[in-house]
Structure formats: C-alpha cells, structure tokens
Design a protein around this ligand. Structure first.
Ligand code: NAD
Length: 255
C-alpha cells in the first residue's frame, strides 16, 4: 500500500539502491538523489531489473508487485527536492568524512527538526559527521551489511547528542522495513560488526602467515565449520550452550 511519507536517499550506488528498494517495499515515497545525474538514471534501471528478478524468484519483499514498488521510487535532480519534508534521510555517498560532512551541512540547511538524518557510513563515528550541525540531535548512523536487501542486520549508532526519540524512531523504522537493528549504547571506532570481522580476519591472516594453516584450510574452517552454527546461533549463545557452557571456556581460550 502506498503511503504519503517521504524518504530521502542521498547517493545512488550499491547501498543507496538497496535502501531505496527496502523503503519502497513497505510503500514509502522514496526520493533518490546523486550528484552525478547519470548515476540516478542507471540506478533506477538497475532497481527495476532487481525488483523484477526478485519477483520472478519469489524473493520480493512487501505485498505490492515489482512494477508497483518501482513507482514509489523517484529520481530527483536536486538535494533540496530529495530531502525537504522527508521523515527519514538515508545518506549513502562515498566513505569520505569530508564528502559526507559537506553533504550533511547542506542537508542540515534544508530540513526541519522533524527529519531524521541517518548515515550508511561503515566506520566514521557519528560525532565526527554531525558535531557542527544545527539538527545534530536528529543525527544517527544506520550501517547496513552489503547488500542490505538480502542481509537484514543494521548497526544503529547514536552520537552522544542524538535524542532518545530519534534512536527509538530509527529502530522502529528499521524493523518496519524488515531489517534487524542492533542498537548501540554509544559510538566507538569500527562500531561492532567491523571490529568482529577484523578480529576474525586478523587471526586468519596470522595463522596463514605463521605457516600454521593454508588459506584454503582457514576458509574450510569457516564455511564448513563455524558457518553451520553461526547461521542460526550467535557466538555467545553457542558458547553458553556448548558442553559445559561458559564455565570451562577459559581452558582453550587464548588471548
Ligand atoms: N559497499 C559496501 O559493502 C557497504 C556496506 C555498508 C555500508 N557502506 C557504506 O555506504 C556508503 C555508500 O557505499 P556504496 O558501496 O554504495 O558506494 P558507491 O560508490 O557504490 O556509491 C556512492 C554514490 O554516492 C554518490 N555521491 C558521491 N558524492 C556525492 C555527493 N556529494 N552527493 C550525492 N551523491 C554523491 C556517487 O556518485 C555514487 O553514486 C559508504 O559510506 C559505505 O562505506 C558500504
């Protein structure tokens, strides 16, 4: 069912497109802007194809048809048209603090205190991106996993000044569009997902570089081993439920 509320997507690359499809899936009016107009044209063509393919394979989210959902997404030529009056803005431009700060400065001048300004940044803490904004209480990070349409987890990270209401609204919106928000109590470099991913990656690299395992061995360990557990049970649940649970865990835990 279409609805009146507007969502602004700033940046129409891989992540912006996926966000646009997620919001359209529940009927939001999605306005997508990119500072390279050709990108938006290409993004719209790609989105239509993706939605049709998803429909054909039975994976389309929402209840409206692919054609119908596509009609909810509009490419616009100005940032003003994209963000003015939006309920929620999801930024997805290049991962460059200066580029993002300039975009947020412009957005800040165009919105009122009702609009939530959310960033897809993978690792720039929200306080760096929003310190100088008039509407900084409305600023938050919603960091997805690529591609967000297929992977529901989103890290929701507030700046120290983000209002509690904005945190609660962002959580509700993410759940509404079918995502699985992980709510952070505070910001920290790398948020959570990249800290965990890089801890794994660093250890894999160390095992290979020290001649203990081949790269193939490391990958088998993950995909034919841990993946079976972690596909449906988190590492802490696994530790608590396995054998003696967390009581005896320390016997093979090496720092
Ligand atoms: N790709 C991933 O795996 C992934 C995962 C999670 C989060 N992210 C984050 O999402 C953001 C976008 O990543 P992506 O992979 O979609 O990048 P991308 O390069 O595919 O797309 C970025 C888009 O932003 C546009 N853009 C650049 N400057 C702009 C500006 N000033 N105004 C408007 N549009 C502008 C570009 O033209 C481009 O179309 C980054 O912050 C990235 O770290 C990426």
């Amino acid at each position: 069912m279409p609805r009146d509320e507007k969502i602004g997507i700033v940046g129409s690359g891989f992540i912006g497109r996926s966000w646009a499809m997620l919001f359209a899936g529940v009927g939001y009016q999605v306005y997508m802007y990119d500072n390279k107009p050709k990108q938006v044209t290409g993004a719209l063509e790609d989105i239509l194809q993706q939605l049709k393919d998803l429909e054909t394979s039975g994976l389309l989210r929402g209840t409206a048809s692919a054609e119908e959902q596509y009609k909810y997404i509009k490419g616009v030529a100005s940032l003003k048209e994209c963000v003015t009056g939006a309920k929620f803005i999801q930024e997805a431009v290049f991962e460059d603090a200066e580029v993002k700060k300039e975009v947020f400065k412009q957005i800040d001048e165009l919105v009122d205190s009702k609009t939530i300004i959310s960033s897809s940044t993978s690792c720039i803490v929200p306080s760096i991106l929003s310190a100088d904004l008039t509407h900084r209480a409305n600023f938050i990070v919603s960091h997805p996993v690529n591609p967000p349409y297929y992977v529901p987890m989103v890290e929701v990270v507030p700046a120290p000044w983000t209002s509690k209401d904005v945190v609660a609204q962002t959580k509700a919106i993410m759940i509404e569009i079918g995502q699985a928000p992980v709510m952070f109590a505070k910001e920290q470099p790398g948020f959570g997902a990249n800290r965990i991913q890089y801890a794994i990656l660093n250890e894999c690299k160390r095992l290979v570089e020290n001649g203990v395992l081949s790269a193939e061995g490391v990958d088998i360990m993950m995909k034919d081993g841990f993946a079976y557990r972690y596909a449906w049970m988190g590492p802490l649940e696994t530790a608590a439920l396995n054998a003696n649970g967390t009581v005896r865990m320390s016997s093979c835990f090496i720092v």
